[in-house]
Design a protein around this ligand. Sequence first.
Ligand SMILES: Cc1ncc(COP(=O)(O)O)c(C=O)c1O
Length: 323
Amino acid sequence: MAFAGTGKIWMNGKLVDWKDATIHVASHVIHYGSGVFEGARVYDTPKGSAILRLDAHVKRLLASARIYRMDSPYTQEQLEQAVVETILANGFKACYVRPLMYRGYNALGVNPLPCPVDVAVMVWEWGAYLGAEALEKGVDVCVSSWNRMAPNTFPSLSKTSGNYANAALIRMEAEANGYSEGIALDTFGFISEGSGENIFVVRNGEIYTPPLSASILPGITRDMVIEVARDLGYRVSQENIPREMLYIADEVFFVGTAVEITPIRSVDKITVGNGRRGPVTEAIQTRFLGTIKGDFPDTHGWLTYVKDASRAPEPAAAGAKSR
Ligand SMILES: Cc1ncc(COP(=O)(O)O)c(C=O)c1O
């Protein structure tokens, strides 16, 4: 869906109009993909708008930056406040949040170090990523002919803009062949993840998900799903999963901020289970979405209520840590 092109974007400590949130074409990030980013969701809950796992998203942003020797000009707390400020400035009850840290304008060359580290936070209204029906009916996917990156090439623990060149190949190929999404294998042939989602497989009542060593992004939804599944009494193993498990699984589902928990009803045109959302997927979905919507208590402390988190910026937060 195209952007409305209105509202405010937070750029290096200031809220600017959407149309003015521009960068120079000579910025390093455009040429070399030297950015790290996050994607979080704000939900409209009975107790007001709440950001899901704000702390974890900002923590992962800072970790992504650290891997690429980017010295963040802002602290964890300042970045959390920037997110809250941007949500409030735009007045959305529910939205998607995109914090972005990137190498900006100074000089060009592969080495990003001479370029400044700039930060922006955008928010926009974004519905179900794989279609509204997908959450219940499931999606048809394929195993991609593209692998995820090999270990010690592009670090998968960093949510780096450059990594999404690989994700785009997976996604475009899937769409070209009539599928909603592609599942990539790692370079050893084990299941890794979707182009923008982690994956879970259920067989004989046990739940499996690939380990961090399978070139996956350490998903925050993955983390929550593991906790919810364990709260519900399921065993969850993080281990290498052979491709063919997708074809004999009772249930397979994607998880991620964008897709939330989306069942997979077929892989490579082979029906998963009975071709509908399975009972384990449904139980986890119900508890996960119910916790966000207030049907179950937020025992893990995952929600940050926007109105409680908002506070007047301290003098240090108005400028930057080292700007
Ligand atoms: C490649 C990839 N894997 C997994 C995920 C799921 O991560 P999260 O649950 O933190 O959104 C995402 C989404 O950010 C992603 O882009």
